[in-house]
Design a binder for this molecule. Structure first.
Ligand SMILES: NC(=O)c1ccc[n+]([C@@H]2O[C@H](COP(=O)([O-])OP(=O)(O)OC[C@H]3O[C@@H](n4cnc5c(N)ncnc54)[C@H](O)[C@@H]3O)[C@@H](O)[C@H]2O)c1
Length: 256
Protein backbone atom coordinates (compact mmCIF):
# COMPACT_ATOMS: atom_id res chain seq x y z
CA UNK A 1 0.00 0.00 0.00
CA UNK A 2 1.33 3.45 -0.89
CA UNK A 3 2.33 5.78 1.89
CA UNK A 4 -0.54 8.25 1.38
CA UNK A 5 -3.04 5.36 1.35
CA UNK A 6 -1.81 4.40 4.82
CA UNK A 7 -3.15 7.73 6.11
CA UNK A 8 -6.69 6.95 4.80
CA UNK A 9 -9.43 6.21 7.34
CA UNK A 10 -12.09 4.75 5.02
CA UNK A 11 -14.42 2.39 6.88
CA UNK A 12 -13.19 3.56 10.31
CA UNK A 13 -15.48 4.92 13.02
CA UNK A 14 -14.38 7.69 15.35
CA UNK A 15 -15.62 9.86 18.18
CA UNK A 16 -14.32 13.28 19.14
CA UNK A 17 -15.25 14.86 22.48
CA UNK A 18 -15.54 18.64 22.68
CA UNK A 19 -16.15 18.57 18.92
CA UNK A 20 -18.88 21.23 18.96
CA UNK A 21 -16.33 23.93 18.20
CA UNK A 22 -12.63 24.82 18.22
CA UNK A 23 -9.93 22.17 18.01
CA UNK A 24 -12.36 19.25 18.35
CA UNK A 25 -14.43 20.52 15.43
CA UNK A 26 -11.24 20.75 13.35
CA UNK A 27 -10.27 17.19 14.35
CA UNK A 28 -13.72 15.87 13.41
CA UNK A 29 -13.48 17.49 9.97
CA UNK A 30 -9.99 16.13 9.41
CA UNK A 31 -10.97 12.55 10.32
CA UNK A 32 -14.05 12.74 8.10
CA UNK A 33 -12.07 14.16 5.17
CA UNK A 34 -9.68 11.20 5.56
CA UNK A 35 -12.66 8.83 5.26
CA UNK A 36 -13.93 8.12 8.79
CA UNK A 37 -17.47 8.30 10.14
CA UNK A 38 -17.32 10.66 13.12
CA UNK A 39 -19.53 11.00 16.21
CA UNK A 40 -19.61 14.54 17.56
CA UNK A 41 -19.66 14.53 21.36
CA UNK A 42 -20.24 17.73 23.31
CA UNK A 43 -21.99 19.05 26.41
CA UNK A 44 -23.52 21.70 24.10
CA UNK A 45 -26.21 19.89 22.09
CA UNK A 46 -26.80 22.64 19.50
CA UNK A 47 -23.11 22.81 18.71
CA UNK A 48 -22.85 19.01 18.44
CA UNK A 49 -25.82 18.86 16.05
CA UNK A 50 -24.39 21.66 13.89
CA UNK A 51 -21.01 19.96 13.48
CA UNK A 52 -22.66 16.55 12.88
CA UNK A 53 -24.49 18.19 9.93
CA UNK A 54 -21.17 19.52 8.62
CA UNK A 55 -19.72 15.99 8.74
CA UNK A 56 -22.74 14.57 6.87
CA UNK A 57 -22.24 17.28 4.25
CA UNK A 58 -18.77 15.78 3.68
CA UNK A 59 -20.47 12.49 2.76
CA UNK A 60 -19.70 10.60 5.99
CA UNK A 61 -22.00 9.24 8.68
CA UNK A 62 -22.22 11.25 11.88
CA UNK A 63 -23.98 11.21 15.24
CA UNK A 64 -24.50 14.11 17.63
CA UNK A 65 -24.06 12.81 21.18
CA UNK A 66 -24.73 15.13 24.10
CA UNK A 67 -22.50 14.11 26.98
CA UNK A 68 -20.57 15.57 29.89
CA UNK A 69 -17.16 13.89 29.98
CA UNK A 70 -17.10 14.04 33.79
CA UNK A 71 -20.19 11.81 34.04
CA UNK A 72 -19.55 8.10 33.77
CA UNK A 73 -23.14 7.33 32.77
CA UNK A 74 -22.92 9.81 29.87
CA UNK A 75 -19.67 8.26 28.69
CA UNK A 76 -21.08 4.75 28.83
CA UNK A 77 -24.05 5.97 26.76
CA UNK A 78 -21.66 7.66 24.30
CA UNK A 79 -19.84 4.41 23.55
CA UNK A 80 -23.01 2.28 23.65
CA UNK A 81 -24.66 4.56 21.07
CA UNK A 82 -21.74 4.22 18.68
CA UNK A 83 -21.65 0.44 19.06
CA UNK A 84 -25.42 0.21 18.51
CA UNK A 85 -25.36 2.48 15.45
CA UNK A 86 -22.06 1.53 13.84
CA UNK A 87 -21.06 -1.79 15.43
CA UNK A 88 -17.51 -0.77 16.40
CA UNK A 89 -15.27 2.07 17.53
CA UNK A 90 -11.84 2.40 15.91
CA UNK A 91 -10.71 5.87 17.00
CA UNK A 92 -11.40 7.80 20.23
CA UNK A 93 -10.27 11.42 20.41
CA UNK A 94 -10.59 12.72 23.97
CA UNK A 95 -10.35 16.44 23.47
CA UNK A 96 -12.93 18.23 25.67
CA UNK A 97 -11.18 20.61 28.04
CA UNK A 98 -11.58 23.88 29.89
CA UNK A 99 -9.24 26.64 31.03
CA UNK A 100 -9.11 28.62 34.24
CA UNK A 101 -6.77 31.24 35.65
CA UNK A 102 -6.08 31.90 39.34
CA UNK A 103 -3.02 32.45 41.49
CA UNK A 104 -2.12 29.19 43.24
CA UNK A 105 -2.46 30.75 46.68
CA UNK A 106 -6.00 31.93 45.84
CA UNK A 107 -7.21 28.88 43.89
CA UNK A 108 -10.62 27.84 45.27
CA UNK A 109 -10.95 24.13 45.79
CA UNK A 110 -14.07 24.04 43.57
CA UNK A 111 -12.12 25.59 40.68
CA UNK A 112 -9.32 23.05 41.10
CA UNK A 113 -11.88 20.21 41.06
CA UNK A 114 -13.70 21.63 38.03
CA UNK A 115 -10.57 21.82 35.87
CA UNK A 116 -9.10 18.48 36.98
CA UNK A 117 -12.46 16.74 36.55
CA UNK A 118 -13.01 17.83 32.96
CA UNK A 119 -9.40 17.83 31.73
CA UNK A 120 -7.97 14.78 33.49
CA UNK A 121 -10.76 12.59 34.87
CA UNK A 122 -12.81 13.20 31.72
CA UNK A 123 -9.98 11.91 29.52
CA UNK A 124 -9.58 8.86 31.78
CA UNK A 125 -13.30 7.98 31.78
CA UNK A 126 -13.54 8.32 28.00
CA UNK A 127 -10.37 6.33 27.29
CA UNK A 128 -11.48 3.60 29.71
CA UNK A 129 -14.89 3.25 28.04
CA UNK A 130 -13.29 3.27 24.56
CA UNK A 131 -10.69 0.66 25.51
CA UNK A 132 -13.37 -1.67 26.86
CA UNK A 133 -14.86 -2.00 23.36
CA UNK A 134 -11.47 -1.94 21.58
CA UNK A 135 -9.80 -4.67 23.68
CA UNK A 136 -11.99 -7.55 22.37
CA UNK A 137 -11.18 -6.45 18.78
CA UNK A 138 -7.42 -6.17 19.54
CA UNK A 139 -7.26 -2.84 17.76
CA UNK A 140 -7.83 0.85 18.35
CA UNK A 141 -6.37 4.34 18.38
CA UNK A 142 -6.88 6.65 21.35
CA UNK A 143 -5.73 10.26 21.03
CA UNK A 144 -5.89 12.62 23.99
CA UNK A 145 -5.66 16.39 23.86
CA UNK A 146 -3.00 17.54 26.31
CA UNK A 147 -1.26 20.92 25.89
CA UNK A 148 2.20 22.45 25.86
CA UNK A 149 1.09 23.54 29.36
CA UNK A 150 1.75 19.96 30.43
CA UNK A 151 5.45 20.56 29.71
CA UNK A 152 6.07 24.26 30.34
CA UNK A 153 4.54 26.83 32.70
CA UNK A 154 2.77 29.54 30.71
CA UNK A 155 3.39 33.19 31.40
CA UNK A 156 2.21 35.70 32.47
CA UNK A 157 -1.14 34.06 33.38
CA UNK A 158 -1.27 31.68 36.36
CA UNK A 159 -3.10 28.43 35.71
CA UNK A 160 -1.81 25.85 38.15
CA UNK A 161 -4.78 23.47 37.85
CA UNK A 162 -4.77 23.58 34.04
CA UNK A 163 -1.02 22.96 33.86
CA UNK A 164 -1.23 20.07 36.32
CA UNK A 165 -4.23 18.57 34.49
CA UNK A 166 -2.38 18.59 31.17
CA UNK A 167 0.83 17.12 32.66
CA UNK A 168 -1.51 14.46 34.04
CA UNK A 169 -2.96 13.78 30.59
CA UNK A 170 0.53 13.26 29.14
CA UNK A 171 1.51 10.69 31.78
CA UNK A 172 -1.95 9.09 31.81
CA UNK A 173 -1.44 8.61 28.06
CA UNK A 174 1.91 6.88 28.59
CA UNK A 175 0.47 4.69 31.35
CA UNK A 176 -2.50 3.54 29.26
CA UNK A 177 -0.21 3.03 26.24
CA UNK A 178 1.93 0.65 28.28
CA UNK A 179 -1.09 -1.28 29.59
CA UNK A 180 -2.98 -1.59 26.32
CA UNK A 181 -0.14 -2.18 23.82
CA UNK A 182 -0.73 -5.93 24.23
CA UNK A 183 -4.28 -5.42 22.96
CA UNK A 184 -3.15 -3.61 19.78
CA UNK A 185 -4.35 -0.24 21.06
CA UNK A 186 -2.15 2.83 20.49
CA UNK A 187 -2.59 5.70 22.97
CA UNK A 188 -0.99 9.06 22.19
CA UNK A 189 -1.53 12.71 23.00
CA UNK A 190 -1.37 15.91 20.98
CA UNK A 191 -0.13 19.00 22.82
CA UNK A 192 -1.10 22.18 21.02
CA UNK A 193 0.49 25.52 21.75
CA UNK A 194 -1.64 28.67 21.72
CA UNK A 195 -4.37 28.11 19.15
CA UNK A 196 -7.06 30.47 17.85
CA UNK A 197 -10.37 29.03 19.12
CA UNK A 198 -13.30 30.44 21.13
CA UNK A 199 -11.30 29.44 24.25
CA UNK A 200 -8.87 32.32 23.60
CA UNK A 201 -11.36 34.84 22.22
CA UNK A 202 -12.43 36.59 25.44
CA UNK A 203 -11.18 40.20 25.79
CA UNK A 204 -9.16 39.20 28.87
CA UNK A 205 -7.29 36.58 26.85
CA UNK A 206 -6.95 38.71 23.72
CA UNK A 207 -4.97 41.34 25.66
CA UNK A 208 -2.41 38.68 26.53
CA UNK A 209 -1.68 37.65 22.94
CA UNK A 210 1.09 40.21 22.15
CA UNK A 211 3.04 38.92 25.17
CA UNK A 212 2.55 35.30 24.12
CA UNK A 213 3.78 35.96 20.59
CA UNK A 214 7.19 37.07 21.92
CA UNK A 215 7.67 33.57 23.39
CA UNK A 216 6.88 31.70 20.16
CA UNK A 217 9.86 31.23 17.79
CA UNK A 218 7.51 31.15 14.78
CA UNK A 219 5.97 34.43 15.93
CA UNK A 220 2.35 33.35 15.45
CA UNK A 221 -0.36 31.33 17.18
CA UNK A 222 -1.66 28.10 15.66
CA UNK A 223 -4.75 27.85 13.54
CA UNK A 224 -6.84 24.72 14.10
CA UNK A 225 -5.73 23.61 10.62
CA UNK A 226 -2.13 23.42 11.93
CA UNK A 227 -3.25 20.52 14.17
CA UNK A 228 -5.34 18.50 11.71
CA UNK A 229 -2.53 16.50 10.08
CA UNK A 230 -1.42 15.17 13.47
CA UNK A 231 -4.79 13.70 14.40
CA UNK A 232 -5.11 11.93 11.04
CA UNK A 233 -1.57 10.54 11.41
CA UNK A 234 -2.19 9.23 14.93
CA UNK A 235 -5.58 7.78 13.92
CA UNK A 236 -4.20 5.96 10.87
CA UNK A 237 -2.10 2.88 10.28
CA UNK A 238 0.79 5.17 9.29
CA UNK A 239 1.42 5.51 13.06
CA UNK A 240 0.93 1.84 14.02
CA UNK A 241 4.28 1.66 15.89
CA UNK A 242 3.74 4.97 17.74
CA UNK A 243 2.37 4.73 21.27
CA UNK A 244 2.75 6.68 24.51
CA UNK A 245 3.96 9.67 22.51
CA UNK A 246 3.12 13.32 23.16
CA UNK A 247 3.13 15.18 19.83
CA UNK A 248 3.82 18.86 20.61
CA UNK A 249 2.62 21.35 17.99
CA UNK A 250 3.54 24.76 19.33
CA UNK A 251 5.48 26.79 16.74
CA UNK A 252 8.58 26.12 18.82
CA UNK A 253 7.30 27.55 22.12
CA UNK A 254 8.71 24.71 24.24
CA UNK A 255 12.11 25.00 22.53
CA UNK A 256 12.90 28.34 24.20
N1 LIG B 1 -6.99 26.81 22.32
C1 LIG B 1 -5.77 26.64 22.79
O1 LIG B 1 -4.90 27.53 22.75
C2 LIG B 1 -5.38 25.30 23.37
C3 LIG B 1 -4.02 25.03 23.57
C4 LIG B 1 -3.63 23.80 24.09
C5 LIG B 1 -4.59 22.85 24.39
N2 LIG B 1 -5.90 23.13 24.20
C6 LIG B 1 -6.86 22.08 24.55
O2 LIG B 1 -7.59 21.72 23.41
C7 LIG B 1 -8.89 21.25 23.79
C8 LIG B 1 -9.94 22.00 23.01
O3 LIG B 1 -9.78 23.38 23.27
P1 LIG B 1 -10.49 24.50 22.41
O4 LIG B 1 -9.56 25.66 22.38
O5 LIG B 1 -10.99 23.93 21.13
O6 LIG B 1 -11.69 24.86 23.41
P2 LIG B 1 -13.17 25.39 23.11
O7 LIG B 1 -13.63 25.98 24.41
O8 LIG B 1 -13.21 26.22 21.89
O9 LIG B 1 -13.99 24.04 22.82
C9 LIG B 1 -14.15 23.08 23.83
C10 LIG B 1 -15.41 22.27 23.55
O10 LIG B 1 -15.52 21.32 24.62
C11 LIG B 1 -16.86 21.31 25.10
N3 LIG B 1 -16.87 20.91 26.52
C12 LIG B 1 -16.45 21.63 27.59
N4 LIG B 1 -16.64 20.94 28.72
C13 LIG B 1 -17.18 19.74 28.35
C14 LIG B 1 -17.61 18.60 29.08
N5 LIG B 1 -17.54 18.56 30.41
N6 LIG B 1 -18.11 17.55 28.39
C15 LIG B 1 -18.21 17.59 27.05
N7 LIG B 1 -17.83 18.65 26.31
C16 LIG B 1 -17.32 19.71 26.95
C17 LIG B 1 -17.35 22.74 24.91
O11 LIG B 1 -18.78 22.79 24.87
C18 LIG B 1 -16.69 23.12 23.59
O12 LIG B 1 -17.50 22.78 22.47
C19 LIG B 1 -8.96 21.44 25.31
O13 LIG B 1 -8.63 20.21 25.95
C20 LIG B 1 -7.91 22.48 25.58
O14 LIG B 1 -7.40 22.42 26.89
C21 LIG B 1 -6.32 24.32 23.69
Amino acid sequence: MGILDRFRLDGKTALVTGAGRGIGQGYAHALAEAGADVAIVDIDGDAARRVAEEIRALGRRSLAIIADVTRKADIRRMVDTIIQEWGKLDIGVNNAGIGGWANAEDMPEEEWDRVINVNLKGVFLCAQAEARVMIPRRSGKIINTASMSGTIVNRPQNQVAYNASKAGVIHLTRSMAAEWAKYGICVNSISPGYTYTPLVESPEVRDMIPQWLKDIPMGRMAQVSDLQGAVVYLASEASDYVTGHDLVIDGGYTVW
